[in-house]
Design a protein around this ligand. Structure first.
Ligand code: NAP
Length: 310
C-alpha cells in the first residue's frame, strides 16, 4: 500500500480514458490511468469487427483497437494500473482516490471516464448465450445474422434504430415491446413502421432465451393476459437502454436524473474544480467509440489548461 501525489489521475480505460491518457502524457502530465480490474478496455472488448472507426478502412477487431490505444497511451508515459478506484473524495484542491489494493493517490486533477453499461433483461440464459445470438450492439453484430429472423427487445429510440439497422441483414426483425405504445420519438417510430421487414409484437416480454449452443427461440409472455408462447429466432438484440457507470460518483459530482455526469456546455468540466468527465459517462446521445475518444481528448486538454493555470 502506498500514498503518492500526482498531477492527474484518469479513471476508466475505454476509448475516452486511453485517449485522455495519450493527450495528457504528451503534455508531460505523467497521468496515472486506472484501467479497471475486469473491465479494462471497456465495452469494445466485447465487440468483434469495428468497421466505422476512422483510419481503419479494413476494419479492426475491438480488442485490437483498444490494445493500440493502450499502447499509444503507454508509449508517451501514461502509467497504467490494472485495478479499480473504489473510493473518491473529489472536492477540495487535492483529490483523494483509493484503489482496490488500498493504495491512496492524491491528485490535482481527475478525469472520469468510466463509461456506460448496456442494460440487461436479467435472464440467466441471456448471459449464457451472450455472443451466441444474444447481443447488445446491432452495429457490432448485425452482420452475423444475414437472412435470419431476429428479435429486438425495447420500445425506445435505441430499439427502433437497432431494428432498422438490422433489416440490412436479417430477413425479418421483430420488435418485442412490453407495452402497446412506444417510447421512441415519432420519426424513429414512423421509420420502423414503414419498414416492411419489421414486425411489432406488443404487450410481450421475453421470459427465457432458448438454445443449447446458440439462440434458437424465445419464450414469451403476454403482459396483458399472461399467456406464454415460444417463437423461433436465431438472434436477440437487447436495446432497453444504458446506464452510465456513475455509482461511485453519487454525492460527489453533479449527476442528471439518469445518472450521467453533468458537464459545463461543450467542455468536460464538472461542477467540481479540477474534475473533468468524458465519454459515455456524459453522453446520452452518441455513444460511439470515436465520439468517446474525441471527448477524452477534450478532457485532457481541459485538464492541461486547468493545471497550467494552477
Ligand atoms: P429508453 O428511451 O430508456 O427506452 C428503453 C426502452 O426499453 C423502453 O421502451 C422501455 O420500456 C424498455 N425497457 C426498459 N427496461 C426493460 C426491461 N427490463 N424489459 C423490457 N423492456 C424494457 O432507452 P434508449 O432507447 O436506449 O434511449 C436512451 C436515450 O438515447 C433516449 O433519450 C433516446 O432518445 C436517445 N437515443 C437517440 C437516438 C437517436 O436519436 N438516433 C438513438 C438511440 C437513443 P417502457 O417504454 O415500457 O419503459
Amino acid at each position: 500500500m502506498s500514498e503518492t501525489l500526482h498531477e492527474l489521475v484518469i479513471v476508466g480505460s475505454g476509448p475516452a480514458g486511453y485517449t485522455a491518457g495519450i493527450y495528457a502524457a504528451r503534455a508531460q502530465l505523467a497521468p496515472v490511468l486506472y484501467e479497471g480490474s475486469v473491465t479494462a478496455g471497456g465495452a469494445l472488448m466485447n465487440t468483434t469487427e469495428v468497421e466505422n472507426f476512422p483510419g481503419f478502412p479494413a476494419g479492426i477487431i475491438g480488442p485490437d483497437l483498444m490494445d493500440n490505444l493502450k499502447a499509444q497511451a503507454e508509449k508517451f508515459g501514461s502509467i497504467l494500473v490494472r485495478d479499480d478506484i473504489v473510493e473518491l473524495q473529489l472536492d477540495g484542491d487535492v483529490k483523494v482516490l483509493k484503489d482496490g489494493s488500498g493504495n491512496v493517490l492524491r491528485a490535482k486533477a481527475v478525469i472520469l471516464a468510466t463509461g456506460s453499461a448496456y442494460k440487461e433483461i436479467g435472464l440467466e440464459n441471456e448471459k449464457r448465450l451472450s455472443g451466441r445470438g444474444v447481443s447488445w450492439c446491432a452495429t457490432c453484430d448485425g452482420f452475423f445474422f444475414r437472412n435470419q429472423e431476429i428479435a429486438v427487445v425495447g420500445g425506445g429510440d435505441s430499439a427502433m434504430e437497432e431494428a432498422n439497422f438490422l433489416t440490412r441483414f436479417a430477413s425479418k426483425v421483430v420488435i418485442i415491446h412490453r407495452r402497446d405504445s412506444l417510447r421512441a420519438s415519432k420519426i424513429m417510430v414512423e421509420r420502423a413502421q414503414a419498414n416492411p421487414k419489421i414486425e411489432f409484437l406488443w404487450n410481450t416480454e421475453v421470459i427465457d432465451v432458448l438454445g443449447a449452443e446458440n439462440v434458437s427461440a424465445l419464450k414469451l409472455r403476454n403482459t396483458v393476459d399472461g399467456t406464454e408462447s415460444e417463437r423461433a429466432f436465431t438472434g436477440l438484440f437487447v436495446a432497453i437502454g444504458h446506464t452510465p457507470r456513475s455509482e461511485l460518483l453519487v454525492g460527489q459530482v453533479d449527476l442528471d436524473n439518469e445518472g450521467y455526469v453533468k458537464v459545463d456546455g461543450r467542455s468536460t468540466r464538472t461542477n467540481l474544480t479540477g474534475v473533468f468527465a468524458c465519454g459515455d459517462l456524459v453522453d446520452h446521445t452518441y455513444r460511439q467509440a470515436i465520439t468517446a475518444a474525441g471527448s477524452g481528448c477534450q478532457a485532457a486538454l481541459d485538464a492541461e489548461r486547468f493545471l497550467a493555470g494552477h
